[in-house]
Write a protein that binds this ligand. Structure first.
Ligand SMILES: C[S@@+](CC[C@H](N)C(=O)[O-])C[C@H]1O[C@@H](n2cnc3c(N)ncnc32)[C@H](O)[C@@H]1O
Length: 282
């Protein structure tokens, strides 16, 4: 039995409050994270233009708030976690990016009713806010399309079911041993980590690319870009380290990696799936 949505939300908030500043290092602390950061940056740069007004959902400590500022956007910075929102202010204080922040406020991605139709050019939801919306993800996405309007875009990333299963296989095998194969089958079918049945810890809903596309379409949108967060960079760490040590080879590798991540055969293969979507004209 999985817990109800409101309890799940509280659990996620507690998780990110407790995680605190560790979230800042997630995309810089190791090579795979640095590749994922670059994949996320490149997708964002395809959709943000100078002067855009952006709602950033689940902004965390501000890695992409700074990116949005560098791309010339103004940003309403939001998060479910008051601790993450405070860290966002701390991290950006005194930086050039702070001037691009219009305001900061607490926001659940499922609760965007306070914003007007079409008031933003773009909504950014990187790092899984829709993975934490569980059964409300579709309604949340519909709300994001409403506030961006017909010309706008929603750019985000969710946790990847198949890529995470492959990358974290030893952990997944351990989970199956602990909770039983039936519960494990349920996780692999639904992507919902709440089926682990533990009282605390990290939970989210992981997606297949097909699930994500279906969710976007059911919410009245169309997917205009899809990418894995990693492809070859989930492979051998020593090989990656020698590539990263050589700036020319690293730049070439990143170009190949970013192109590979967008191949239809690769989009499920990273730990996250990135997407850009627009309101579908009716
Ligand atoms: C993994 S962090 C990503 C931070 C940042 N966007 C990035 O990609 O580096 C996920 C963030 O989403 C926030 N979050 C989780 N559930 C949310 C929800 N229902 N609504 C809004 N934000 C949420 C968390 O508090 C956390 O700051």
């Amino acid at each position: 039995m999985i817990v109800m949505t409101a309890e799940s939300r509280e659990r996620v908030r507690e998780y990110f409050d407790a995680l605190g500043d560790a979230e800042w290092h997630r995309l810089t602390g190791d090579i795979r994270g640095r590749v994922s950061l670059e994949v996320h940056r490149r997708l964002l740069a395809r959709f943000v233009r100078p002067g855009h007004r952006v709602l950033e959902v689940g902004a965390g400590p501000g890695r992409f708030t700074a990116e949005l500022a560098a791309l010339g956007a103004t940003v309403v910075v939001t998060d479910l976690s008051p601790v993450q929102l405070a860290l966002n202010e701390e991290r950006l204080r005194g930086s050039a990016a702070e001037a691009a922040v219009e305001r900061r406020e607490l926001l659940d991605v499922c609760d965007t009713g306070r914003y007007a139709d079409g008031e933003f050019d773009l909504v950014l939801a990187y790092g899984g806010p829709l993975s934490y919306a569980f059964e409300q993800a579709g309604a949340a996405l519909r709300g994001l399309f409403r506030i961006t309007g017909p010309g706008g875009a929603v750019v985000g990333s969710v946790m990847s079911l198949l890529g995470a299963w492959r990358h974290f296989l030893p952990g997944a095998v351990g989970v199956a041993e602990a909770i039983g194969e039936d519960a494990n089958d349920l996780i692999l079918r639904t992507g919902d980590l709440r089926h682990k049945g533990e009282p605390g810890g990290h939970v989210c809903r992981m997606f297949r690319a097909g699930d994500l596309t279906a969710l976007v379409e059911a919410a009245g949108g169309e997917v205009v870009a899809l990418s894995a967060s990693n492809w070859a960079s989930l492979g051998d760490l020593d090989a990656l380290a020698s590539l990263e040590a050589d700036p020319d080879r690293w730049a070439r590798f990143l170009e190949h990696e970013i192109a590979a991540c967008q191949e239809p055969g690769a989009v499920d293969g990273g730990t996250h799936i990135l997407f850009a979507a627009r309101h579908r004209p009716s």
